[in-house]
Design a protein around this ligand. Structure first.
Ligand code: GLU
Length: 304
């Protein structure tokens, strides 16, 4: 497969959409990003890397971190996670309070904010230094010590994340948060504030395409069954209430974030990350969605 040529074609073909959408405004620090940035990085399970555009510039991974925090929790809690969180698509925005109330404090899935807050609570309960241990987990997956939190983004969200504060308190009122609410929020705002390049993000997620094994040392992070479950969750819940649309158009499991990043997995083939900050009204990157639709169309390969 000539991925170099395909990525070049994609870069040309998505140009007509590059004024569509707007940079997410819920976290003031994120509005400072240049909206014209655009990059793609694809890495195969043979370790071949292909990229175009701004693929070596850091951006805020935001909700993409929810897949990583779930995976970290899975390594020590296994199926016990599902006693406190469901596995169904929500069909509501990622920070909706309404559904959480009528479902009595059990979040629909781990990729909406209340689900990720419960995962954050689990990590705080089960680790000594939650932020350091989580960061080390992500660094191990990526094989890079350069991965870090952007502290300005974390404090910007802390100052304006009123809905997350409300969600955490609602969860606490249903006894689905064990630790101090402020501690859970602080961890959550930091995990979302991790920065990566497309190159780092694609390589970090490669183990989901490689049966749970890190490519460079063949070490298992998750077993095959756990990887199947996480990829399934990305497929059904990875794109807010646009997960059906992404599945229909792209046909791969993936996850997006309001920083404009998207990562998608082709099991046993590749991991691919895109970044373009302009988002559609559902919160997904316009150029990222278009690029991945073109990728699976041009390669003629999806999981279906
Ligand atoms: N930190 C963001 C929030 O909680 C993440 C949102 C996202 O990327 O979907 O609002």
């Amino acid at each position: 497969m000539n991925y170099d040529q395909i990525l070049q074609e994609i870069k040309e073909e998505v140009k007509i959409y590059n004024q569509m959408g707007a940079v997410g405004s819920s976290i003031p620090e994120l509005t400072k990003v240049d909206p014209s940035k655009f990059g793609i990085h694809l890495v195969t399970i043979k370790g071949e890397n292909y990229s175009i555009g701004d693929s070596n510039e850091k951006f805020s991974i935001q909700s993409i971190s929810k897949v990583l925090s779930l995976s970290f929790a899975f390594t020590f809690l296994g199926e016990r996670i599902w006693e406190r969180i469901g596995v169904e698509p929500s069909g509501t925005p990622f920070n909706s309070l309404v559904q959480l109330e009528y479902e009595k404090g059990k979040p629909r899935n781990p990729f909406i904010n209340p689900g990720a807050l419960v995962i954050a609570d689990m990590l705080i309960t089960h680790t000594k230094n939650p932020k350091t241990e989580f960061l080390n987990f992500v660094r191990t997956l990526t094989n890079s010590d350069e991965i870090d939190f952007n502290l300005k983004v974390a404090s910007s969200e802390k100052a304006f994340g009123f809905k997350n504060v409300a969600l955490a308190n609602l969860l606490k009122s249903y006894c689905n948060i064990e630790n101090d609410v402020d501690e859970v929020l602080d961890f959550y705002f930091h995990q979302c504030a991790i920065e990566m390049t497309c190159n780092e993000l694609a390589n970090c997620f490669l183990f989901y395409a490689h049966e749970g094994k890190i490519l460079h040392n063949n070490k298992f992070i998750l077993n095959q069954s756990q990887v199947k479950r996480i990829n399934s969750l990305m497929q059904t819940c990875g794109f807010y209430d646009e997960s059906g649309e992404f599945t229909y158009k792209v046909g791969l499991p993936g996850k997006s974030g309001i920083g404009g990043g998207i990562v998608a997995i082709h099991p046993k083939k590749y991991s691919v990350a895109t970044w373009s900050p302009r988002l559609n009204e559902k919160g997904n990157s316009v150029l990222g969605m278009k690029s991945l639709e073109l990728l699976t169309t041009k390669t003629g390969m999806s999981i279906f």
